[in-house]
Every structure is written in C-alpha cells, then in structure tokens.
Design a protein. Sequence first.
Length: 156
Amino acid sequence: MLLLRSIFFTFLLPGSVTILIPYLILRADSGRLNFGPIRYAGLPLIVIGAAGLLWCIWQFFAEGRGTLAPVDPPKELVVNGLYRVVRNPMYVSVMLVLLGETLYFASAGIFIAAIIFFLATHLFIIFYEEPHLEKQFGDSYEEYRKRVGRWFPRSR
C-alpha cells in the first residue's frame, strides 16, 4: 500500500510541476526564445533531475517508510544518499528538471514557473517543513541541519 501511495503522490506532486504545468505553458506559449544548439544542454539537466527525484522518492519509501507528500511523510529521518549532500534534494531535482525544460523548450514561461516554484518551496520549507521536522525528529534533525545545507552542499 505504501508503494502505491508513493507512486500516486509522485504523479500528483512532482508530476504536476514538471510535466503538466510545462505542457500547459508550452500549449499557450506563442513566442519561444531561440537558444539554438545550446537548448540540448537542457536534456542532461532533465535526466539528472528526474533520476535524483526518483532516487529520493525511493529513499522516502524504503528508508523513511513514507511518501513525499506532506500528508503522508516519512516516519524516519532520511539522511543518506542525496540527503547527505543537501537537505532538499527532491526540490533541487525538480528545479533541475524545470531549468532543463526551460533550455530544451526555450521557454520563458517555464523559467517563470521555475522561479515561482522555487519561491513557494522556499517559503514552505522555512515556515512549515523545517519547524515540523524539528518538532518530529528533535535533536537528530537539528544536528542534521547543522551538517547539511538547505540548497547547496556545505564544505566539510
């Protein structure tokens, strides 16, 4: 049942942000930018972002015993894999996909959506997610916060 919930929330949450919204933007986008051959640099970003996202979702399922949805979060604090590098690798992965789509489809609309996604996510993390994780996991989360950066890796 947990696996099915993980799959469902994967399609619902990051699927909406990385597939549905860009699709709707591209359908309505009459004027595209011209990046020429550089647009193909977006493909590796999309692949790396999608792979990172799937890895994190698997870790939430396998190690955390939960899903990526705030209504069904992991029961255990996940600090391995990409979570050793940054505290929010799922959101970073989604940003990579959106930036890759911005380049590949040469779309200012997708870039604006990426900026909106980042700002909304940043506020969600600061005002909801981090206080909730601190309350749920206590000192272990506080220690994790000291060791690992929110968006960027910290030098050791």
